[in-house]
Design a protein around this ligand. Sequence first.
Ligand code: NVA
Length: 311
Amino acid sequence: MMRHFLRDDDLTPAEQAEVLELAATMKSAPFEHRPLEGPQTVAMVFDKPTLRTQASFAAGVAELGGFPMVVDGRLAGIGERESVADVARILGRQASVIAWRTFAQADLEQMAEHSGVPVVNALTDDFHPCQLLADLMTIREHKPELAGLTATFFGDGACNMGNSWLLAGATAGMHVRISAPEGYTPPQEVFDRAREIGEQTGGTATWVEDPREAAEGSDVVITDTWVSMGKEEEAAARTEVFAPYAVTQALFETAKPDAIAMHCLPAYRGKEIAAEVLDGIQSVVWDEAENRRHAQKAVLAWLLAKAGAGE
Ligand code: NVA
């Protein structure tokens, strides 16, 4: 069965650890791993805005010896001009891997069903697993081990980052807290899945409504924009409802003294995160952005090795 990376729990705990190890190895020698030599093509399809994802996939694919092909989803008219299944068949004949940033997780699953090549989630409304690999890799660079750490996500828990933190954090054996107002927490099935994974890894998944209580004892303080792509019309209401969850310097100081601050970017200073936290010495946001490249290289190489081995 072809392996894909559509959501964080597509990797078992052992596989996630293997990919993170490979990412660290690749980072230490960025030009020495060339599994895409040929070059093989990686199709990167974007239905939503992008900076880090396009730049890090393009640079990473080039470092792997491959060719990064960018497809503008709006020009292609995926789901309108032609069906997702037909786009999958077309791109699967041109590329060795397809990375897709789109809205519906169900569409990504359909792409994987019909592509004949591995498909990677480059962000959907529901999950952002490449970001989580980069985030876990970054934490490993600053803390002795992932398992047992407390990572707290503040703000819109119902967005892709909240969901991905629950699944990827639980897979790594972390204690993930979501601090969000009622109505903006991840869906129950994502909590249930994270808790199921946690039974194997020792990880936990909890909702802590009060932001100060949530920050206490946190090793990692995470936030994301309050207005995810596609939610722009709700901007005013969201700014009001999430205001108590802003990662201010005072909230950050409630966490452990050696806590690190994370944000997948783009960040809105003075909204979800204070400039002094984002630009402060305990912020690792630029490492996270760089590590997208290394983590994605690792997942691409890992998926292609599995496909080559017929696994
Ligand atoms: N939750 C954000 C993540 C951006 C990388 C969004 O979906 O817009």
